[in-house]
Design a protein around this ligand. Structure first.
Ligand SMILES: Cc1cc2nc3c(=O)[nH]c(=O)nc-3n(C[C@H](O)[C@H](O)[C@H](O)COP(=O)(O)OP(=O)(O)OC[C@H]3O[C@@H](n4cnc5c(N)ncnc54)[C@H](O)[C@@H]3O)c2cc1C
Length: 395
């Protein structure tokens, strides 16, 4: 990322990418709530949904045209994910391809890009797994313990990851591992490296996966790595600089997840307002009661405010300006707006919110995730306190 320059960055006020939104909306119509309820029940992966989005080219939005993608900016990818969520679907099965892309695009070698990007764009390869979080270090990412040691033309990797989503359904995984001991580096962020691991080769040869039974159907698992041999050409960029590369991906991830939250918020607000207009109790629509309409109206106002910060973050990201503060704040505000909308919707639907066929309880469970992952609310506040307000580091 370059330092801020005098070049002005414009923030769009109207929703962009209407054609994309319309196209995604049409695809989502083929995947109604019943589809997601069944998947939830079976803890299964929405392969048909991912295939439909891939075939239409939406998941390759960020891949440059030279490598078979659409070469669009982050705001277009945000429009795809936001629409998916607004329509009551869930992009969790396929969003990682978009945010891991930044690391590969900005720091991968030409050979790596040629080898992988066209196949990812066509859907022949899935890059949906992002192995960062570890059981013993959690949010303290720079202290992660998975080790990768260079031995000739290979790295030998040993360690453990947790909550690695979609690793069972992905062909490739972006893995963050330590290549220098934590006590030998000058800065906490040094000594980590990024590898593009071919899971098809790794599984059963030093890498094992175990599914986590979770509150939402997110296809997430534990990854056990024991003396896994990874070819040296899997290293992305320079050894020891991985954390810096991943930070780029993390900013993209926060912005894209914030877009999903905005979509969730709109879904809940639309459903709640519709129901509140129609449901008659005590001889009048429940939406006539301020106790019902105010929480929905407040969630709408919060969503509109969050949308502007997210749009600013995406515009700064596209201009390669520093967007850490906006990406984090956008994700914080959007996830809270979505949660408040979810709560308002649950309350508006009364007992029917609990019936699976209405879709509200599923979306309510799903949107709760975003206050914990990919970064928890507290860690965002700590970031803002330290990096924006100049307060002492608290962690
Ligand atoms: C469904 C799901 C999918 C996920 N997918 C992925 C994935 O694909 N890849 C991946 O790498 N990770 C993934 N994660 C992991 C996720 O990013 C982490 O759960 C998240 O970053 C929090 O880490 P933790 O669970 O270890 O919590 P911890 O770090 O143990 O934190 C626990 C709580 O303590 C708080 N806390 C910790 N330190 C401080 C502090 N200094 N000040 C104030 N509060 C603090 C946190 O905010 C949090 O509320 C996923 C998680 C879930 C639940």
């Amino acid at each position: 990322m370059t330092e801020p320059t005098a070049t002005p960055v414009a923030i769009p006020i109207d929703p962009e990418w209407q054609e994309i939104r319309e196209g995604v909306r049409r695809i989502c119509e083929d995947f109604p709530n019943g589809y997601w309820v069944k998947l939830d029940h079976e803890a299964a992966y929405p392969a048909e949904f991912v295939d439909a989005l891939t075939a239409a080219g939406y998941l390759a939005a960020l891949i440059p045209e030279a490598y078979g993608g659409a070469g669009l900016p982050l705001s277009a990818a945000c429009a795809v994910l936001e629409t998916i969520h607004e329509q009551g679907c869930n992009a969790g099965a396929c969003h990682a391809q978009m945010y891991t892309m930044g690391t590969l695009l900005r720091h991968g070698s030409e050979a790596q890009k040629r080898k992988y990007l066209p196949a990812i764009a066509s859907g022949a390869l899935r890059l949906q797994a992002f192995g960062v979080t570890e059981p013993t270090t959690g949010s303290d990412t720079t202290q992660l313990k998975t080790r990768a040691e260079r031995k000739g033309d290979r790295y030998i990797v040993t360690g453990q990851k947790v909550w690695t989503s979609r690793a069972m359904q992905s062909d490739l995984m972006l893995l963050l591992a330590r290549t220098a001991p934590a006590d030998r580096v000058r800065k906490r962020s040094q000594g980590l490296s990024v590898f593009l691991v071919d899971l098809r080769e790794a599984k059963g040869r030093g890498l094992e996966l175990e599914k986590i039974d979770a509150m939402i159907n997110h296809n997430t698992c534990e990854v056990f790595i024991d003396n896994l041999e990874v070819p040296a050409e899997s290293l992305i960029g320079e050894e020891g600089h991985g954390f810096r590369y991943i930070v780029d991906s993390m900013n993209a991830e926060r912005i894209l997840i914030a877009a999903e939250c905005l979509g969730d918020a709109r879904y809940f607000i639309r459903r709640a307002a519709e129901y509140a207009r129609e449901r008659v109790v005590f001889g009048r629509p429940i939406g006539q009661n301020q106790g019902i309409q105010f929480p929905i109206a407040r969630a709408h106002a919060e969503t509109a405010a969050a949308e502007l910060v997210v749009a600013k973050a995406a515009a700064l990201f596209a201009a390669e300006r520093d967007c850490g503060a906006e990406a984090n704040m956008g994700k914080l505000l959007a996830s809270e707006a979505a949660w408040h909308a979810a709560e308002a919707c649950m309350q508006t639907f009364g007992g029917f919110a609990f019936a699976r066929e209405y879709g509200i309880e599923r979306k309510w469970r799903e949107t709760r995730l975003y206050q914990t992952a990919p970064i928890s609310t507290n860690l965002i506040l700590a970031y803002v306190a330290q990096h924006v307000l100049g307060l002492p580091r608290s962690y």
